[in-house]
Design a protein around this ligand. Structure first.
Ligand SMILES: [Zn+2]
Length: 274
């Protein structure tokens, strides 16, 4: 940080593709054909978090995974952070931008096809916003169908994280979008942009919460996909949970769980390391 008043926050860690030169990407392609693609969003997260929260989380997961993988002699490139997702159910709040599923599928597929032309062959699409998971899966399939000798997978880290959330978080109630966990993760990377004290605790009826991210929901490890209704019907603030409980150390623990799982899967699937 500087006192200039113009610097809102400082990005740390290894470069994503747009921060590299073409030659630098070419040099990395001599060492690896694996690329991680962070898929973020621009959507309301309550009065206490920035609209780009999901993009920041996706980038951080990829950044940490890349550092860990490279240290374990599994080099990877971090692709551009995709700043938009399917955020239709947050459109009741100002600043939210949504793409239709068809647009996001095409966008992701064409990004992957471009990177394929450069020489990347193994793709891991990593979300920051679980609402984009259906489109990410279709895009990965379409990309593999359109190319030879490629592999693409979509990593939903919400599933492993959900299994241990109760051991990490303080809250005993249902924490969700913009709640304790997510606010804690932004406190780790962008404390200048997180304002937990502005958040109002807001929990849902457990039956309704179960359809947003309960154990039966496919995105948290179950077998049912519940399409999401407008968040405005559930919460006047846009978030679900108690952001005032957020702490950077909770976010740090969450990132460790997520990144351990992401790196284990990538090593196994793309580097044959078990
Ligand atoms: Zn989010």
């Amino acid at each position: 940080m500087t006192d200039s008043g113009y610097v809102r926050y400082v990005q740390k860690g290894p470069a994503t593709l747009p921060e590299m030169t073409g030659d630098e990407v070419g040099a990395m392609l001599q060492k690896t054909d694996v690329i991680l693609l962070p898929v973020g969003a621009t959507e309301n997260h309550g009065a206490h978090l920035p609209l780009g929260t999901d993009s920041m989380e996706a980038r951080e997961i990829c950044r940490r995974a890349a550092v860990k993988l490279t240290n374990d002699t599994c080099p990877v490139v971090i692709g551009p952070v995709i700043p938009f997702g399917t955020s239709s159910f947050h459109m009741g709040f100002p600043g939210t931008i949504t793409l239709s599923s068809a647009t996001l599928i095409n966008l992701l597929k064409e990004v992957c096809l471009s990177l394929h032309k450069s020489g990347f062959r193994k793709f891991a699409l990593i979300h920051g916003h679980d609402g984009s998971l259906p489109s990410m899966m279709v895009a990965a399939q379409d990309f593999v169908d359109a190319t030879q000798g490629t592999a693409a997978m979509v990593l939903n880290w919400l599933t492993p994280l959900s299994k241990v959330y109760h051991t990490i978080q303080v809250s005993k109630k249902g924490e969700g979008h913009g709640g304790e966990g997510e606010t804690s993760r932004i406190l780790v990377t962008h404390p200048e942009l997180a304002h937990p004290e502005r958040g109002t605790p807001h929990h849902l009826d457990p039956k309704i919460m179960a359809k947003i991210q309960g154990p039966e929901h496919i995105k948290t490890g179950g077998g049912i996909f519940f399409a999401t209704r407008s968040y405005k019907e559930h919460t006047p603030y846009g978030h679900i949970g108690d952001p005032t409980l957020a702490k950077a150390e909770t976010g740090e623990k969450g990132y460790q769980v997520i990144v351990d799982w992401v790196t284990t899967v990538i090593k196994r699937e793309y580097f044959n390391i078990f």
